[in-house]
Design a protein. Structure first.
Length: 332
């Protein structure tokens, strides 16, 4: 039996739903509008130039994107944060004269907490961390999608490629990046009540910190995995193997999941109204490596980073993860 939403709902809750829907549907709306514009022949020259510019000329995704602070401060992002609601917990100040790499965990299905925190001012990131300008990094393939690319770049998103990371970190004090470390692989383990972090073999962001002398900031989102119900978590299932094949082929995959709808509470693409608490830990100071980092340096820094993440979990789990079914685990 499907449980439908009541007709009488406060306007504020409707605005919250609309704000989240604007993000969830952004990709589909962008493609729909683009293909609709393609039906007008007199627009074809402009469309061709735009596509050539995207695919061959525009280097913005590799150079920090085209962040629009006015768009990031859109009032709708406050409603976005209030939908769940999301709360930002700050454990320490950050020196704006330095650069930082924020490691966001867990990935969840679509990293809604990462977007709200680092892609908008819905949680007042710039006020909480004055002088820090962090770009939320995502796959380069997202910047090949017409119109959608411009939407996410306005939010402050950029490519997660090495060149992009180093370009941002070397562009001046305070310029920082946010990486959802677990990636697509971790999304396949985004089961409610759990915190399985794909981290044991993730050395790329560790090396990036050592090469550039950027401090690491562990960030743990309690509740990110509770926003959707995940199917096919059994590694022996055919669906799991299909998702793995897609991930290895395309670099990304879409887990089989279920949320809620706009007018019902039982199924759909909208996330469930569950609280999310994003804890931004204290920075881990990193000395710039002279020459290529050794394996010992990488492993030592990775161990320190994982220890800090474990500390965040231990400090807050009884308050923000009361419904957990197991303890946090580091997996491959």
């Amino acid at each position: 039996m499907v449980l439908f939403a009541p007709l009488r709902i406060p306007v504020s809750r409707r605005l919250q739903t609309a704000a989240v829907l604007s993000w969830i549907s952004a990709l589909g709306v962008s493609l729909t509008v683009f293909f609709y514009l393609c039906t007008f022949k007199y627009l074809w020259p402009i469309i061709i130039i735009y596509l050539l510019w995207i695919l061959m000329l525009d280097q913005a995704p590799e150079r920090g994107g085209r962040r629009v602070d006015l768009w990031r401060r859109w009032k709708g992002w406050k409603y976005f944060a209030a939908y769940f609601p999301m709360t930002l917990i700050k454990e320490g100040d950050l020196d704006p004269s330095k650069n930082y790499i924020f490691g966001y965990h867990p990935h969840g299905i679509i990293s809604l907490g990462a977007f709200c925190t680092f892609g908008t001012e819905g949680l007042n990131f710039s006020k909480r961390f004055p002088g820090i300008k962090s770009r939320l990094l995502t796959l380069q393939s997202n910047f090949n999608i017409p119109l959608y690319r411009d939407f996410i770049m306005a939010c402050g998103c950029a490519s997660v490629s090495r060149n992009s990371c180093e370009s941002i970190l070397r562009s001046g004090p305070g310029n920082s990046i946010t990486i959802v470390v677990g990636g697509a692989q971790e999304s396949l383990a985004a089961k409610p009540g759990t915190m399985d972090l794909t981290l044991k073999k993730r050395m790329g962001f560790i090396k990036l910190a050592l090469v550039n002398g950027a401090s690491l900031v562990p960030t743990l989102a309690f509740g990110e995995n509770d926003l959707y119900e995940l199917y096919s978590t059994n590694k022996a299932s055919k669906m799991y193997h299909l998702q793995q094949m897609i991930k290895h082929t395309l670099g990304w995959t879409v887990p089989m999941f279920n949320g809620r709808g706009i007018f019902n509470y039982d199924f759909g693409l909208m996330p469930r109204r569950k609280p999310v608490f994003i804890v931004i830990g204290k920075p881990i100071h990193v000395e710039k490596s002279e020459g290529a980092p050794t394996q010992e340096q990488l492993e030592a820094l990775q161990t320190k980073y994982m220890t800090e993440l474990q500390g965040i979990w231990d400090r807050y789990k009884d308050k923000y993860a009361q419904g957990r079914t197991e303890e946090m685990r580091f997996i491959e």
